[in-house]
Design a protein around this ligand. Structure first.
Ligand SMILES: O=C(O)CCC(=O)C(=O)O
Ligand SMILES: [Fe+2]
Length: 240
């Protein structure tokens, strides 16, 4: 997702043969604050700006705690991931609106992908389900629990953890009966930051699985619209 695609609407066509999603989105950057484009921020309701900013602040605190837990689970110093990510982080949000769809068997709300982020915090619709996760070649519906947050590991954490934490492939089904709304907040390193597997998680049993990458969201964005799974494009094959 580049900085220039900050807008409300359905997908513009980025690549030839692109499969479109049945979804309208508003994509906003919340942090760093000087990257906000406040002109795009809704003015209605009047407290939107404060509330959204406050929500993102809380997501940042939650993400920091999760990164400590992830590090400790691997016997690493608890600030290992956050140090590697660095001070400059990006917090971006996607407000997803899935309108009722007359042909839900022909199109998806969001086609299969894994998030480019380090961690995604998803606030699902309180009532309407739709999210599905791929496991062992089968799609499983994710239940909706009102006001619960769903945490997804993103590709950049899978890369940094040398494949220990997996970024799940997921998609959203379209629905002919009910509209659905969700809010995904993506926590990522700055676009300029290079990401690679942590030295402490590479060993003879677990050789290095991924190349060093920069501006991974751009790789992910292009893969997504071409219907490819982004992380496969940065995997090191055993023969390399
Ligand atoms: O709306 C959902 O349940 C998931 C949306 C999603 O996967 C995304 O925005 O990356
Ligand atoms: Fe996603």
């Amino acid at each position: 997702m580049g900085r220039n695609h900050l807008r409300y609407g359905s997908d513009p066509i980025f690549v030839e043969g692109q499969v479109l999603d049945w979804c309208d989105r508003l994509f906003l950057t919340a942090y760093p604050q000087d990257h906000r484009n406040l002109q795009l921020w809704p003015q209605n309701p009047a407290n939107f700006r404060d509330m959204f900013q406050e929500y993102c602040k809380k997501v940042i605190v939650l993400t920091g705690t999760l990164l400590k837990i992830f590090a400790r689970s691997q016997n690493l110093e608890e600030d290992t991931f956050s140090k590697e990510i660095g001070e400059k982080t990006l917090v971006q949000a996607r407000f997803n609106l899935y309108p009722k769809c007359p042909k839900p068997d022909k199109i998806l709300g969001v086609k299969a992908h894994a998030d480019a982020s380090i961690i995604t915090t998803l606030l699902q619709d309180k009532q309407v389900e739709g999210l599905q996760v791929l496991k062992d070649g089968k799609w499983y519906g994710v239940p909706t629990i009102a006001d619960a947050l769903l945490i997804n590991v993103g590709d950049q954490l899978e890369i940094m953890s040398n494949g220990i934490f997996k970024s799940p492939i997921h998609r959203v089904a379209a629905n002919s009966e009910r509209e659905r709304r969700t809010l995904a907040v993506f926590y990522s390193p700055d676009y300029e930051k290079e990401i690679e597997p942590l030295e402490g998680l590479i060993n003879s049993q677990r050789p290095r699985m991924f190349r060093r990458v920069k501006n991974y969201p751009a790789i992910s964005f292009n893969s997504f619209h071409s219907g490819k799974i982004a992380i496969d494009t940065v995997k090191i094959s055993p023969s390399e």
